[in-house]
Design a protein around this ligand. Structure first.
Ligand code: AP5
Length: 218
């Protein structure tokens, strides 16, 4: 099963994608996480991506597409994946469609998690992320068992550099301009499904399971 998570920054794409990956046994591929991992390791890719991420802009398509295509070509992607943060522009979506079509394949579901802009800034300021394993928390809605420490790997949680309110507003503007057109793109392919992202994380996930079907080992 090949799933794409659409939605504004902070809509809950990562939160839901992590759970889908675990329950449906497919890898969770977040382009943002891959960029952040490269940045932490100070690779040339990470250092280049940082110059865009820090100001809330998108990393150029050619770089992002190359990186993503390499990742979905790996062995663990044979039975599908959940893409979180890709595609984010129409050229990225068109390239993915083209590459999948080469093997007679296509995206199965594009899940658009909708949350109004007003709610986003509050969610982002409360988000805490694990730089070790990538797990995401919220200080009110999804707090770790021990404050500031990842439940999964024990690393110290951090506030992402691009979650400062002024950068979040810029990311929202970029989303509306460059990513929102993908809703119509996937609607045209007949795979768009809308998810109400304003309800609790559990209720968001229940909507997703109703669409995807119960996982085999739920
Ligand atoms: P990326 O890491 O992809 O960030 P994003 O899309 O802006 O999304 P976020 O990770 O911020 O939010 P999310 O929707 O995953 O929300 P989350 O589940 O964490 O990208 C970062 C940057 O990398 C980009 O700006 C760009 O520069 C670059 N980049 C990445 N991909 C690219 C691409 N394809 N092309 C070009 N550049 C690219 O939830 C948010 C918070 O809310 C959490 O604290 C969570 O606990 C909480 N929460 C979640 N659901 C709920 C709920 N239902 N109720 C209450 N709280 C909730």
């Amino acid at each position: 099963m090949k799933i794409i998570m659409l939605g504004a920054p902070g809509a809950g794409k990562g939160t839901q994608a992590q759970r889908i990956a675990k329950d449906y046994g497919i890898p969770h591929i977040s382009t943002g996480d891959i960029f952040r991992k490269n940045l932490k390791e100070e690779t040339p890719l990470g250092l280049e991506a940082k110059t865009y991420m820090d100001r809330g802009a998108l990393v150029p398509d050619d770089l992002t597409i190359r990186m993503l295509l390499a990742r979905i070509g790996e062995a663990d992607c044979r039975n599908g994946y959940v893409l979180d943060g890709f595609p984010r522009t129409v050229p990225q979506a068109e390239k993915l469609t083209e590459v999948l079509a080469q093997t007679g394949d296509k995206v199965d579901f594009a899940l658009d998690v909708t949350v109004p802009d007003e709610d986003i800034v509050e969610r982002m300021s409360g988000r805490r992320s694990c730089p070790g394993c990538g797990r995401t928390y919220h200080i009110v809605y999804a707090a770790p068992q021990k404050e500031g420490v990842c439940d999964s790997c024990g690393a110290a949680l951090v506030l992402r550099a691009d979650d400062a309110p002024e950068t979040v507003l810029k990311r929202l503007a970029v989303y509306h301009e460059q990513t929102e057109p993908l809703i119509a793109y996937y609607e045209g392919q007949g795979v768009l499904r809308r998810i109400d992202g304003t309800v609790s994380m559990e209720d968001v996930y229940a909507q997703i399971v109703a669409l995807l079907g119960e996982p085999a080992e739920a």
